[in-house]
Structure formats: C-alpha cells, structure tokens
Design a protein around this ligand. Structure first.
Ligand SMILES: Cc1ncc(COP(=O)(O)O)c(C=O)c1O
Length: 399
C-alpha cells in the first residue's frame, strides 16, 4: 500500500505508514510492534555496509533511527505536506537540534520576542555563547523582521500562535521575506497542530512540533518532530545523531497511537474551545479573553487566513487580581492545574503562580506578568460540563 497523496487526513493518520508494513516478520499483527531494540542485525557484510552507510536507516542503531520512528515520521510529514520528518525526544530537542544544525559561529538569527520560554533561552542565552547573534522582534510587525535582516542572517524562527496572548505571525509574509534573502525559516507549529495550520504550504522550510502536545494527545509522553525536505533532514539528522536526543521506541509507539486519532480529537477540541471562548467572553467575571477564533482577537483576520481551526488553548484574565484568580483555578474540578496543553483532559495554568514565590503582585505587574492571567487548554470533556465547572469556580471566587 502506498502513502496516497489523495487521501484525506483522517485516512493518512491511519494508513500513512502502511507502506512500511513488515507484517511477514511480525506475525501479521494489525498494530505495528514496538521495536524495543537498540541495534539491528545484518545478514552479511554487504547488508551491514548498506545499513551503516545509508543516512536515516530505520533499522541499524536506534540513535540513528528505529522502525517506529519511521512510521511516526511518515504520518506527520504527510500531514505537514513536507517530504520527510525526523522524530526526537522532546519538542525542545526538535527545536535546538534543528537550530544548532543550521548555524555556525558568526551567523545571525532572527526570532520572536515571544516564544516558548526555553526557545527564547536558546536564542538569548545559549547561541550567543557559541558566537551566534540573535535579534528578537515583535512577531506581528513584519517591518521589524525586515529591519532585522543582516548580511549574515541565516535563519528566521517563528512560532504561531504564541504565548501568552496567542499572538499570530504571518507565515506567508515571513517565508516570502526570508526567501527573497536566501534565509532558511523554521516555524513552531505546536499551538496550531498540522490539522489547523500548514506552515510549509505557506513557504516555511522547517516545521517543528512539541509532539508532547496535540500529536501525542494524552499527556503521557514528551516527544518532538521536525518536518522538512530530505536535504534539510539529512543535515538535521547528522546533528541529531551527535546530540543524541532519541525518542524511546515505547514513547514513539505511544505517539503513533496518539496520531491515529488526531483528526477526530482536533475537530472536537477546535469546536469545544471556540464555543467555550465565545461563552467566556460573555461572563461578567472575565476581564479579557484571547482566542484566535474570536472576532475580538486583535489578529483574528490573519489567524482566519492561515488557520483552518484555532486549537484548544484559550487565554483569559479574571477580574479581581492574583488572589481571586488563584482561588478560581483551585476551585475548578474538571481542569487540572498543570502545565502543557493539547491532551485529552483539560489543563489550566495560573501563569503568575509560577513567580509567586519570588515576586509580589506589584512586582509581577512591573515585570509584565499579569497576576490575573489564566491559560486554559481545553480537553475532550463535554463543553456544557466545562462551562458549568468554570461558572461555579468563577461564582465562588469573583465578587
Ligand atoms: C510552543 C512550544 N514549543 C515547544 C515546546 C517544548 O516542547 P517539549 O516540552 O516537548 O520539549 C513547548 C512546550 O510546552 C511549547 O509549548
């Protein structure tokens, strides 16, 4: 069976890896086995030479690749419309391995002033130690991207939507600007998922994911995926075999299982989050809400142009400051107070609580950390149950 380019995404997640089937050797199991093996045998010297010298061989040594990685990669590449994909041990390893593979001392890179916090650290703290200069720009300001370009700019990294207010970057505009200057582009597509946004179709070269989120979908693994051309994949894979952030075969298998239901989960998550966001913005105890699917989002028009759904993350501010927000989060029964997003159960984060041990409310405001800010990752609970839970928690917390 081939990976048919005409298949719809619901079919791709189930059969996009069928061409890799090794049913003769695994007793025709319907579900692919977990190849829990660090190394793989050769029949003879010629086969060994072939295994050792074929880049990205799926069954030579697991740090170089594993048959389960290969299946995951086939499906995610098919969803992202890229030639191929690589699987790594976390979203951060997908990002750092790709970035390190493409840069050298003396290069310049442009990234956003708002990224996932460890990505910011990579550009702010890690790369300068290796002689790479980074300029961080406001992601909604295309002029700022253009102004930041230098003769030695090699890479532009974007992330959309991005924390904390789900800000949107114009993917097609960044890709066109970069192409005009021969600069490679990377987009972190974690918050959108490949079902809602296809950065490569907009012209972005490399698409990275924290597969810990929607792709895995069950809050049980950390994993990462890099989607790109064969040529870029070989460069990134070489760095990957050196840095060695390898996803275990078991976690790759859990990721594969998660991917099988991605389209049905995303359809439900998109619908529940949009309905919940619409309801939340009408609640008197909510001061402000940010969800790219709402007309009230400052970049809704751009989001609607490049996204086909708006994902499960809603950000909002609760009236009443730190204490009321803290109480509200503690009162929720269906949403667990935990970081991460994109899984089957709802999670909620009181952002300022991360700094509560080191700053008071006035200091938080001075540092731009709104004390009443909440990030809600909608799960697969019924929307009416989520509304009832939130309404009860708001009533008990905000006067
Ligand atoms: C947008 C984004 N990118 C990257 C990461 C890092 O992913 P991981 O935790 O799988 O390393 C995260 C984690 O929350 C994220 O939200």
């Amino acid at each position: 069976m081939t990976n048919d380019p005409h298949w719809q995404e619901d079919t791709r997640v189930l059969h996009g890896d069928s061409h890799l089937s090794r049913r003769e050797s695994d007793h025709k199991s319907v579900v692919p086995p977990i190849y829990y093996s660090a190394t793989f045998a050769a029949a003879d010297a010629a086969e060994f030479a072939d295994m050792a010298n074929t880049p990205r061989h799926a069954a030579y040594y697991t740090r170089y690749g594993n048959p389960v990685h290969e299946r995951v990669a086939a499906i995610v590449a098919a969803l992202e419309h890229t030639e191929t994909a690589l699987v790594t041990a976390s979203g951060m390893s997908a990002i750092s391995t790709s970035v390190l593979a493409l840069l050298k001392a003396g290069d310049h890179v442009i990234a956003q002033s708002r990224h996932y916090m460890s990505t910011t650290k990579l550009f702010d703290e890690v790369l300068p130690r290796f002689g790479v200069e980074a300029t961080l720009v406001e992601q909604g300001d295309m002029e700022a991207f253009a102004r930041a370009i230098k003769p030695n700019t090699r890479l532009i990294m974007v992330e959309t939507p991005a924390n904390p207010t789900l800000t949107i970057t114009d993917l097609a505009a960044v890709a066109a600007l970069a192409k005009a200057h021969g600069i490679t582009t990377i987009a972190d597509n974690t918050f959108a998922s490949p079902l809602n946004q296809k950065p490569h179709d907009a012209g972005i070269d490399i698409v990275v994911h924290s597969a810990t989120k929607y792709l895995g979908g069950h809050h049980d693994i950390t994993a990462g995926v890099v989607c790109c051309s064969h040529a870029l994949a070989e460069i990134i894979w070489k760095m990957h075999t050196t840095l060695g952030s390898v996803l275990s075969p078991m976690d790759a298998w859990l990721l594969l299982r998660g991917l099988r239901t991605l389209p049905v989960r995303m359809a439900r998550l998109n619908a529940t989050a949009l309905a919940l966001a619409d309801w939340l913005q009408a609640q008197p105890q909510i001061e402000r809400i940010w969800y790219p699917g709402l007309a009230s989002h400052p970049q809704h028009a751009l989001a609607a142009r490049q996204m086909t759904g708006f994902g499960a993350v809603i950000a909002f501010a609760v009236r009443g400051g730190y204490e009321a927000t803290s109480h509200f989060v503690a009162q929720l029964e269906l949403a667990t107070h935990a970081v991460s997003l994109g899984g089957v159960e709802s999670l909620v984060v009181h952002t300022a609580a991360m700094w509560a041990g080191t700053m008071n409310e006035a200091q938080m405001i001075a540092a731009g950390i709104e004390p009443n800010f909440v990030r809600f990752s909608v799960g697969l609970e019924h929307v009416e149950d989520l509304k009832a839970d939130i309404a009860a928690a708001l009533a008990a917390s905000v006067s």
